[in-house]
Design a protein around this ligand. Structure first.
Ligand code: F6P
Length: 547
């Protein structure tokens, strides 16, 4: 039975109607233990407060009942016993094996995959040692100082996000750069500041057939050859990360310079594999291992915690509560950390490519809402940009705030101000400001009554807008690993609740095919295809303006 056919779902609908009249303020007045009852701690590192969500202590048991009826415990078990499956691509789903300790076992087609994972990790370790010690040298004998990852989507966003988040740990490694866009500006502006003699390229592509990545890699190869005119230099300056050895060899990268991963790792779940090589190169292999260990700890939490205490499960259930029951439209993610600048973009691929689906696992169209639009940016910047809509817009956007308590930068008042701003936003969203409070404030300022009556409606804050706050003790490789895995599992559990395949991405294929056809038209070769009037008109305009 699908989500909305479950009796627990009907019970939740009724429950929502019954308690809709209660504001968040009233919830807190009615239950003074609310904060304690609706907050959760993970490993002494992460603290998750759900008390500003529009729920009460009977909502969570009802949501957990729904989780049971949607067989969430079985799905979790399957994830850790290699029975999770991506049916449309006929691939296993085993990314949790990438962060298992060497002693663990996870079988796929009768074979334990963990030894192969650790063999590849050992290869990454050895390579990092050669780069970091200066043993590996460029074409004119200088050590490598910079690394450019060329990849896109899952072969870019994860490593780029982690490298930026762990910038304070970039003291042992080489400087990372990331080129993804087929807009030449991305490659050109990156290379402009680099020396070919000391630059290593990591060409990352699961399929090794993604056009943007291959075009950028070809241009980067030419940039190197222009500087040294020696084919032999390619082996000193290019390594590849892929599942496709043949395509890597065809591209001209030495197979000894290739790091592998497996088709059972989805692109957006791949930063833990060799796709994370840029992370190890930037912050050191030991920190990469700590990142993996943090993710594994979250895996263990998902695997063993009862549903009522299981943080990824609760976050996924809250999405169902907010979107399928209360009818809210999108989900805002706001890390209060400049270092986490790329986290919303990473989460967008993770969640929207996974759960932007409208066909169930059995091939039926869904008649309920699935993946919401996930969006966000860092605080406090976003407060001065679009938070206005969150506070006073006509729609309600459930929000997740992520705050980091201890900063590696020694500006104590900045850290306090950052956290104060985050808490203030959650408080304002939840409790708002009534007309009476606004009027009293204006009166105290000495404003005349007529002006108060005119101005007050504009200053009323409706409040009652739900948010979750996640506090992280410190942004370390370990806590970051746990946090990313938390969101991976939230995404996976959402997919199970919605009965969709979170591990394929057919929706991106048509655009790729059409782009190839349009490329022919733009390059002056007639594709022989009759475009619609708008596309043809735009093609003509482009041709007219192209110099
Ligand atoms: O086009 C979407 C996509 O396939 C993503 O799922 C993937 O992360 C990205 O492209 C890059 O793919 P690849 O690693 O094979 O180059």
């Amino acid at each position: 039975m699908l989500l909305h056919q479950q009796s627990a779902f009907t019970a939740l609908k009724t429950h929502a109607q019954q308690q809709q009249a209660l504001t968040l303020k009233e919830h807190f007045t009615l239950n003074t233990k609310r904060f304690n009852e609706l907050s959760f701690v993970f490993n002494g590192d992460l603290f998750v407060d759900l008390s500003k969500q529009a729920i009460n202590t009977t909502t969570l048991p009802l949501l957990c009942e729904l989780a049971h009826s949607m067989q969430i415990p079985q799905a979790i078990k399957q994830l850790f016993t290699s029975n999770a499956f991506n049916p449309t691509e006929q691939r296993a789903v085993l990314h949790t094996a990438l962060r298992m300790p060497a002693s663990a076992e996870l079988y796929h087609n009768g074979e334990n995959v963990v030894p192969a994972v650790h063999a590849e990790l050992a290869k990454i370790h050895a390579f990092c040692q050669r780069i970091h010690s200066g043993e590996w040298r460029g074409f004119n004998g200088q050590p490598i100082t910079d690394m450019v990852n060329i990849g896109i989507g899952g072969s870019d966003l994860g490593p780029a996000m982690v490298c930026e988040a762990l910038m304070p740990y970039q003291d042992v490694g080489i400087k990372p750069h990331f080129v993804s866009n087929i807009d030449a500006a991305h490659l050109a502006t990156t290379l402009a500041n680099l020396d070919p003699a000391t630059t290593l390229f990591v060409v990352s592509s699961k399929s090794f057939s993604t056009d943007e990545t291959l075009s950028n890699a070809i241009a980067a190869k030419q940039w190197l050859l222009d500087a040294c005119d020696s084919q032999a230099a390619i082996a000193q300056h290019f390594v590849a990360v892929s599942t496709n050895s043949q395509a890597v060899a065809d591209f001209g990268i030495d197979p000894n310079n290739m790091f592998i991963f497996w088709d059972w790792v989805g692109g957006r779940f791949s930063l833990w594999s060799a796709i994370g090589l840029p992370i190890a190169l930037a912050v050191g292999f030991e920190r990469f291992e700590q990142l993996l260990a943090g993710a594994h700890e979250m895996d263990e939490h998902l695997r063993t915690a009862p549903l009522e205490q299981n943080i990824p499960v609760l976050l996924a259930l809250l999405t169902v509560w907010n979107h399928n029951i209360l009818g809210y439209g999108s989900e805002g993610i706001f890390p209060y950390s400049q270092l986490m600048h790329r986290f919303p973009a990473f989460l967008q691929q993770l969640n929207m490519e996974s759960n932007g689906k409208s066909i169930t696992l059995t091939g039926q169209p869904v008649d309920y809402v699935t993946g919401p639009i996930v969006w966000g940016d860092v605080g406090s910047n976003s407060q001065h940009a679009f938070f206005q809509l969150l506070h006073q817009g006509t729609g309600v956007v459930p929000v997740e705030f992520i705050g980091f308590i201890n900063s590696p930068y020694n500006y104590p008042s900045h850290s306090h101000k950052l956290l104060a701003n985050m808490l203030a936003q959650a408080e304002a969203l939840a409790f708002g400001k009534t007309a009476a409070a606004v009027e009293a404030e204006l009166r105290a300022e000495g404003m005349i009554e007529q002006r108060i009556a005119e101005l007050a409606p504009f200053k009323v804050m409706p409040g009652n807008r739900p948010s979750t706050t996640i506090l992280c003790k410190e942004l370390t490789p370990t806590t970051l690993g746990s946090l990313i895995a938390l969101y991976e599992h939230k995404t996976f559990i959402q997919g199970v609740l919605w009965q969709i395949n979170s591990f394929d991405q057919w929706g991106v294929e048509l655009g790729k095919k059409l782009a190839n056809r349009l490329l022919n038209d733009l390059s002056g070769q007639d594709s022989g295809y009759q475009h619609d009037a708008s596309t043809q008109g735009l093609l003509d305009q482009i041709k007219q303006w192209k110099n």
